[in-house]
Design a protein around this ligand. Structure first.
Ligand code: KIV
Length: 277
């Protein structure tokens, strides 16, 4: 490839075509610098509404606004060249009617440059997903534990155990039938995730689901060890950057207090010896 060749980003049809193929690698990102890192390695970058808890210290995703999603979507857009960029629709921005969902999804797409939106819900969102996809808005669905419904669930509990499995399977079939190009399965039993993955014709993206899913997603701050408010079982920490940051900040504080920092290497001369830092 020539150095000037234009890099083209993956599209929703590219992701759909990966059903049953090599696993899709997906992570969240909320800022430009992290988006650049994630983009190098991932097929999908999601600006998740988890941003509310991870970066803004909110107790749940319920307080996340459309403006917050758009601002973080714009930041991430500047860091993404190769991956498919998906932005979450926040709580209250799509549930009323398909028209409300279209209006807000169109604003997200126009103002962030993302190629798809994600929304939570299965059968109840079937009509909305069909409306959006027929009007040019690719949709990633999200079923199982849908964090925006945490109050109805009574906590962040595993969904789809026992007889409940049937409802989640129906949700998966409904969103696939409505035209979603992929579906996130969050915190469901592995056997159910396997069954859904075999049944639906769209890629399943697991988070606390099964290694047989067509792809996996994690919240980037979770897997980097930078978010400590709580730690679900499905999070594997691939680094402990929170601990590394704590040690670095402690060392800085110690050096400031002992006047070790800044040393000569970090201050400027008056230039009289011809130095031009
Ligand atoms: O908001 C989010 O980050 C998500 C992923 C965890 C799937 O929905």
């Amino acid at each position: 490839m020539s150095a000037n060749a234009r890099i083209t980003a993956l599209t929703p049809p590219d992701i759909l075509a990966r059903k049953g193929g090599d696993p899709l690698v997906c992570l969240t990102a909320y800022t430009t610098p992290l988006a650049r890192l994630v983009d190098r390695h991932c097929d999908i970058v999601l600006v998740g509404d988890s941003v509310g808890m991870v970066l803004h210290g909110l107790p749940s995703t319920l307080g996340v606004s459309l403006d917050m999603m758009i601002m973080h979507g714009q930041a991430v857009r500047r860091g993404v060249e190769r991956a498919l960029l998906v932005v979450d629709m926040p709580f209250g921005s799509y549930e009323e009617t398909p028209e409300q969902a279209f209006r807000n999804a169109a604003r997200i797409m126009a103002e962030t440059g993302c190629a798809a939106v994600k929304l939570e819900g299965g059968e109840t969102m079937e009509k909305t997903i069909r409306f959006l996809t027929r009007h040019g808005i690719p949709v990633m669905a999200h079923i199982g534990l849908t964090p925006q419904a945490v109050n109805s669930f009574g906590g962040y509990k595993v969904q789809g155990r026992g007889d409940e499995a049937f409802h989640i399977l129906r949700d998966a079939e409904a969103v696939a039938d409505a035209g979603a190009f992929s579906v996130v399965l969050e915190k469901v039993p592995a056997t159910l995730a396997d069954r859904i993955t075999e049944t639906v014709a769209i890629p399943t993206i697991g988070i606390g689901a099964s290694r047989a899913c067509d792809g996996q997603i994690l919240v980037v701050d979770d897997m980097l060890g930078m978010f400590d408010a709580f730690r679900p079982k499905f999070v594997k920490r691939f680094a402990e950057l929170g601990e590394a940051a704590d040690a670095a900040i402690a060392a800085y504080a110690q050096e400031v207090r002992s006047r070790k920092f800044p040393s000569d290497a970090h201050v400027f001369t008056d230039g009289r010896k011809g130095k031009t830092e």
